[in-house]
Design a protein around this ligand. Structure first.
Ligand code: ACM
Ligand code: ZN
Length: 715
């Protein structure tokens, strides 16, 4: 009986991050009736580790002991998670302290601005899971987000960008708002670490003050994603005077001991031809050797100079791992993002590091399920379990005794494809819970099964606060597709990336938790509309997927007289958005035939800087292809539209961004020759330069795994 009660009590304990030790005891305390019976003692001589605590809940009340205020705060967060819906708290003794002192999350308001309220909302939630650093990425090519009084054009000009469609996006935080956020975070034991990017990712500042670049040329605040060719000129002293002025205001706002100076993804091609940069290289005697090129060493010089500026204000430098190029500054701390190598090397050399590798699942801008079903992201695939399995201490650092240089771990939330505020939350949760646990819980206490259960409880709390989070969607193994076809019969198999119940309807109604439960592949012999969602253990539904199933006769093959060799293509100049815009435009046949459907993007040179002289166009290409057996075939493409035998089957031109083909479609085709037409529109949609697209059309027989690229037949 006692064992049973203990087991039941254990099931009620759903703390994230899992504490160092939890001893469950008999009984419970009704905190709703006696909230004043929480005694809290902060005793620096208690012997409890920094940020740690002892939390004892007995039938009589709650006692908290810690050696600092952060520990007492975290004890209260744990206590809040222990409170049951009936207002009772199971009796427990919890001893707890963090594995790492840097437990960070990162916000990028540059690509898409976020309000002060929204920032506070994320801090408010994440501090409950003992996250204690907010890395605030405040400047980038696409916008400058911090008020600097000495340089008003940063707010008037650099904070705004004209999107490709002519709309204006932007905003910045006033110094007063920043003080408010920093204070709000501090009350929750979160240190805000600002990032001021240099020498790359600085186009917005250069837009406001062109003298910051090598050439002084006019530039536009970037409205596409990726890295421009233009960086700050580090040959001119005036650039460092600007940075010093900026930092002098930044340090007044942020008490953080660390200031992040970026340092990543700086293209150095302008430096190669800049008299100022080359004079600096000569003056410093920088030459190419095994450590790097002269320009890489110039970057290292610039970071050293920033370290000096920060030291003047009593602050320490953090940079992305590119600050290793050309030699690391003596006291720099490195954020390892391009894998773990930069972190391992820096720690081996005695530098502190923060692990935030995309390969380890720390980039939360990645898909958390099938890209064909999930909302758009920048790419990659990072499941909750991938994040959970990451260990921020690489074995090399254990072997060489340098593990203590790993200050901690952080997730990065780049917002290129987070167009709406809900998308940020959807990407952050529940993966931030996994981050919290890898940052706090001792390695030997981590347990995926236990965490999976506790995550459900944490997500329920998100519901109470109106925070959006990811619930695994019903997916189709081998690639989700919402437009299926059948001749006689087809079957639809569904799965989820974590075990969840799947429900569905076939009458067009929206599924509910009480809808029919999916148990095995569904067999269809007629057209149908399948609506499906997964249901969490607490009855919450995922987004609904609608899968159209279309019974059809195989489409007839072309008559022999219509069949042609190779590709026929045509082009029309101008800016178009959707395929509807192409009606009635003047097409010009291409005289030099394209070799492949993918060549639709080669009609103008790709230029990441999209100069005013860029020629926009649309093009279409047709070819004939052979189908060996009568049957159902699936088509997939990232291009704007695909027609088979004159029938429009894929229209990606209305998507918020044209990537990750999400309108795959099946058709029944008769054996023989058929015709495909691919349409491509060069535009910038959702910050994505379409000339980077793939305009191939892929085909596979239904039920097979292998895709092949459609190639024109030659007679
Ligand atoms: C980065 O993702 N460029 C640090
Ligand atoms: Zn220069």
């Amino acid at each position: 009986m006692k064992l049973l009660i203990t087991l039941l009590a254990t099931a009620l304990i759903n703390i994230i991050p899992e504490p160092v030790s939890v001893q469950v005891q008999d009984g419970c305390f009704d905190i709703s009736k006696h909230p004043n019976r929480v005694q809290c003692k902060i005793d620096p001589a208690s012997g409890i580790a920094p940020e740690g605590y002892r939390l004892s809940v007995s039938r009589k009340g709650v006692k908290i002991l810690s050696s600092d205020e952060a520990g007492a705060f975290y004890a209260r967060q744990t206590l809040a998670q222990l409170v049951q819906p009936d207002g009772t708290v199971p009796c427990v003794v919890i001893n707890d302290y963090p594995r790492f002192r840097w437990r960070g999350f990162h916000l990028d308001p540059c690509r898409h601005f976020m309000s002060v309220e929204d920032v506070k909302k994320q801090i408010d939630v994440l501090c409950q899971y003992k996250i204690n650093r907010m890395h605030w990425h405040l400047t980038d090519d696409q916008g400058w987000r911090i008020e600097i009084k000495k340089y008003p054009k940063l707010m008037e000009v650099a904070a705004w960008r004209t999107e490709f469609d002519g709309s204006v996006h932007g905003g910045y935080y006033t110094q007063e708002q920043i003080r408010e956020v920093v204070a709000y975070a501090a009350e929750r034991f979160v240190t805000v670490v600002p990032e001021i990017e240099m020498p790359g990712h600085a186009i917005s500042a250069i837009r406001a003050y062109p003298w910051l670049s090598c050439t002084g040329e006019e530039v536009k605040t970037f409205y596409t994603w990726g890295t421009p060719d233009i960086a700050l000129c580090v040959g001119k002293d005036s650039t460092f005077e600007f940075l010093d002025d900026v930092i002098s205001e930044v340090v007044e706002l942020f008490p953080s001991e660390y200031i992040h100076i970026g340092g990543d993804e700086c293209r150095k091609n302008r430096w190669e031809n800049c008299p100022h940069c080359q004079a600096r290289i000569t003056e410093l005697g920088l030459t190419k050797d095994e450590k790097g090129t002269a320009e890489e060493k110039l970057q290292s010089y610039a970071v050293h100079r920033m370290e000096g500026i920060l030291a003047k204000y009593g602050r320490k430098l953090i940079g992305w791992d590119e600050i290793l190029e050309g030699g690391l500054s003596p006291n720099a701390t490195v954020m390892s993002w391009r894998g773990e190598e930069g972190g391992i090397k820096s720690a081996a050399d005695g530098h502190d590091v923060i692990m935030t590798p995309s390969s380890g699942g720390m980039y939360f801008d990645a898909f958390q399920g099938d890209p064909k079903a999930e909302p758009h992201t920048i790419g990659h695939y990072t499941l909750l379990e991938t994040v959970y399995n990451y260990n921020p201490v690489p074995s090399e650092l254990l072997k060489n005794g340098k593990a203590h240089h790993v200050l901690g771990v952080q997730c990065n939330n780049w917002s290129e494809y987070m167009y709406e505020p809900w998308q940020r939350e959807y990407m952050l949760f529940p993966r931030a819970f996994a981050l919290a646990e890898i940052a706090w819980t001792p390695l030997e206490r981590k347990n995926w099964e236990s965490f999976s259960r506790r995550v459900d409880s944490a997500c329920q709390r998100l519901d109470e606060r109106g925070i959006v989070y990811h619930i695994p969607l019903p997916e189709q193994p081998g690639g989700s597709c919402s437009n299926l076809a059948l001749i006689d019969k087809t079957s639809v198999e569904l799965c989820t990336t974590r075990p969840e119940r799947i429900v569905y309807t076939l009458d067009g109604s929206e599924p509910t938790a009480a809808s029919a439960e999916y148990k095995e592949p569904l067999i269809f012999t007629d057209s149908a509309v399948l609506k499906t969602a997964s249901v969490t253990s607490y009855g919450r539904l995922s987004n609904v997927r609608t899968i159209n199933i279309n019974k059809m006769q195989p489409m007839a093959a072309m008559s022999e007289s219509d069949v042609f060799s190779g590709i026929k293509a045509r082009r029309t100049d101008g800016k178009f958005l959707t395929i509807g815009d192409l009606e009635g435009c003047n097409w010009v046949e291409l005289q030099n035939p394209l070799g492949r459907l993918r060549d639709l993007v080669t009609l103008e040179p790709y230029n990441r800087n999209l100069p005013d002289s860029t020629r926009f166009y649309a093009a279409e290409a047709e070819c004939c292809f052979k189908v060996r057996k009568t049957g159902v075939y699936r088509f997939s493409s990232d291009t704007d539209a695909v027609y088979i035998d004159g029938k429009l089957i894929i229209d990606n031109s209305r998507e918020p961004v044209k990537r990750y083909s999400r309108n795959d479609t099946e058709l029944a085709l008769e054996a023989g020759i058929h015709k495909v037409k691919a349409v491509f529109i060069f535009n910038v949609v959702g910050g994505w330069n379409d000339l980077r697209n793939k305009t191939d059309v892929a085909i596979r027989r239904a039920g097979e795994e292998e895709w092949r690229t459609i190639k024109p037949i030659s007679l």
